[in-house]
Design a protein around this ligand. Structure first.
Ligand code: SF4
Length: 119
């Protein structure tokens, strides 16, 4: 039998400290927000420091599936409780050392086409 996403939680160090593994600790709504963020750019644009040689492939991969428009449409229909999710994110201790509070702000910004540097 195939393991569910929540049972299968490899370290996946190549995903770094930004890509949500959907481990189930965050609420369904917060995990859904991160899935939609993944549709925008595969969670590749993290606004963290990277080796410049690593940045160009990240940019290329970020638009691989061209699903940003779909993600923003679904996001608009979903009507997330932004303040509630930001409050939840401040309390989450992610086993993959993702700074969930920090991550949530650019996730919203990407889906609302805001400039994440202004958040
Ligand atoms: S705790 Fe980390 S990996 Fe788990 S759902 Fe939240 S952000 Fe994703």
């Amino acid at each position: 039998m195939r393991p569910s996403v929540r049972e299968f939680s490899p370290t996946a160090s190549e995903l770094g400290k930004y890509v949500c593994r959907q481990c189930g600790i965050c609420s369904d709504a917060l995990q859904e927000l991160f899935r939609l963020e993944g549709y925008v750019d595969r969670q590749m644009i993290d606004h963290l420091e990277h080796d410049p040689a690593d940045y160009a492939p990240r940019l290329r991969l970020s638009g691989w599936f061209s699903l940003a428009e779909t993600a923003r449409k679904r996001y608009a229909e979903r009507r997330f409780d932004r303040e509630g999710l930001l409050a939840e994110a401040r309390r989450v201790e992610c086993p993959y050392e993702i700074d969930v509070s920090r991550k949530t702000r650019p996730a919203f910004a990407k889906l609302e086409e805001e400039d994440p540097r202004l958040l």
